[in-house]
Structure formats: structure tokens, C-alpha cells
Unconditional design. Structure first.
Length: 270
């Protein structure tokens, strides 16, 4: 048998003979996915590489802690939602994204690789992931859990940064992604292009926007098919990207790694 270094966690770097030795042991396989869309004037559009890097950090920690874990090649294109107007952006239709998930699962399950965990970095993917994993379960297959990184990060940021700062900096185009990128890939952030916070005032149908794709009518949320450029042409949500920092990014990355590796260890025992 051919030994595989525990530091080698990317499936694409594992050789054929190493694979034939490793995969019959049914290691945990992390499936990172994200999007390629507007993340603000200062941040790289490919947030998928943050999901991929976090999956790698989780796999390294889980493996070091005794649960062999590897990372599948990242799926860089998410299901399209609000960001179609962005030039250079690439997204998949719901049908195509679902088909990719179905075939990805089928290829791994064919070889009895059943310990699959999705590491998701795009909100638009959530519903499709739920539908695809539920279909596997209904066919008698294994439970495939999904960790939506940014939802977890939003919940942890008040404890890591303080409630006031977390509220001020949390949103698309700010944290957690900008600080994570400053920490993990500082060379990819254009600090000179970090903008001031977005100002409100955008309206449609005579009503103010409550969020991308929703309006407020007497306090009630009304969903509409608007895309993000009607609210924020530069990709910013309500947070202040000037408050982002590499220091915050390290706190967020360390916490996501701890949670992810802890879950992997728990999941592997089920």
C-alpha cells in the first residue's frame, strides 16, 4: 500500500496509487463551493477560493486531530441569484447547478465514499443544496450535511469582534469575506478601492428596498425580481468595509476552522 502524507488533503494532488490506498478507508470528503460575483469595488469576485481555503484548513485540522479528511476540487460557479448584472460574473442556472450536485454525489457514492460534507460559500446555493441532499436521502443514501460558512460567521462575529462592530461591518462587500481575504489572501484586496458605506434611498414601485430582491410595504416584506444593481451598483450591502481588517479575518478563520473540524470529527463517528 502507498502511504499518503497527512498534509496532502487536496484530492487533486493525491496520486492514483495513493487514492487506491486511501479511499477504501472512506475518509471524510469536503466539497467546497462558492460563487464568482461582485464582492465590492475592493474585493476579488471569486469568493469560491475562500470556501476552498477554509475547507483546506478544516481538513488539515481534522486530520491532525485524528479524522482523515480531504478536500474535493472547488465548484467555483454558484447558482445565480441577484448578481446577473455584474460584467464578468459567472453563475449557473438552478437546473444546471442541481445537475452538477446530483452527478458529483453520484460519482463519489458509486465508490462507497459516503462521508461527504459540503462547505458552502454562497447564499444562492443553499436551497439547491438542500433539495439535492434531500433527494439522496430519499433514495436511501447517506445524510450529506452542509456548512454555510458565512451564516456561521455572522453568528460568531458578535462574540469575536464585539456586538457593535459586528453589526456595523456585517454585510455583502464587507465582513466576513473582506476581512477573511485580508488575512488569507492580502495581495488580492485593493485597499485603495475600499469605499465608504452604501447610502440608502433606492426605491422601486414607489417603495423602499428592504434588501436585494425585496421591498418594504408598511413594514411588511414584499419579494420582487429586482437584482442587486437597483439597490447597490457597487456590490455593497449595509456594512462598512472600512472596518474590515486582517486581524478580524484571523479571528473569523480560526473560529470557522475550529467549528468545521469539530463537526467533521463528530460526523465521522456517526
Amino acid at each position: 500500500m502507498t502511504d499518503v502524507s497527512p498534509q496532502k488533503v487536496r484530492m487533486g494532488e493525491i496520486t492514483g496509487d495513493e487514492a487506491r490506498a486511501l479511499y477504501p478507508k472512506n475518509p471524510v470528503i469536503l466539497l467546497p463551493m462558492g460563487s464568482h460575483e461582485d464582492q465590492g469595488p475592493h474585493a476579488p469576485m471569486g469568493d469560491y477560493f475562500l470556501a476552498e481555503k477554509m475547507a483546506e484548513l478544516i481538513a488539515l485540522k481534522a486530520t491532525a486531530d485524528g479524522t482523515r479528511t480531504v478536500v474535493a476540487p472547488v465548484l467555483p460557479f454558484g447558482k445565480g441569484d441577484f448578481f446577473g448584472p455584474m460584467i464578468g460574473g459567472i453563475a449557473l442556472s438552478a437546473a444546471t447547478f442541481r445537475a452538477v450536485l446530483d452527478e458529483l454525489f453520484a460519482e463519489l457514492l458509486r465508490h462507497k465514499l459516503t462521508k461527504l460534507v459540503i462547505i458552502n460559500g454562497h447564499g444562492g446555493n443553499v436551497n439547491a443544496i438542500n433539495e439535492a441532499t434531500r433527494a439522496v436521502m430519499h433514495r436511501g443514501g447517506p445524510i450529506i450535511p452542509s456548512l454555510y460558512l458565512w451564516r456561521i460567521a455572522y453568528a460568531e462575529m458578535p462574540k469575536l469582534l464585539g456586538a457593535e462592530k459586528a453589526k456595523a461591518v456585517s454585510s455583502h462587500g464587507a465582513d466576513p469575506l473582506t476581512s477573511l481575504c485580508m488575512h488569507l489572501f492580502p495581495e488580492r484586496v485593493r485597499n485603495d478601492l475600499i469605499p465608504e458605506p452604501r447610502k440608502g434611498g433606492a426605491t422601486a414601485l414607489g417603495l423602499p428596498f428592504q434588501g436585494w430582491g425585496s421591498l418594504s410595504f408598511n413594514g411588511a416584506e414584499v419579494t420582487t425580481p429586482h437584482e442587486y444593481d437597483k439597490v447597490s451598483p457597487n456590490g455593497l450591502g449595509t456594512g462598512d468595509p472600512r472596518l474590515c481588517s486582517a486581524e478580524s479575518g484571523k479571528l473569523i478563520a480560526d473560529r470557522l476552522t475550529e467549528i468545521g473540524a469539530g463537526f467533521v470529527q463528530h460526523f465521522a463517528k456517526q
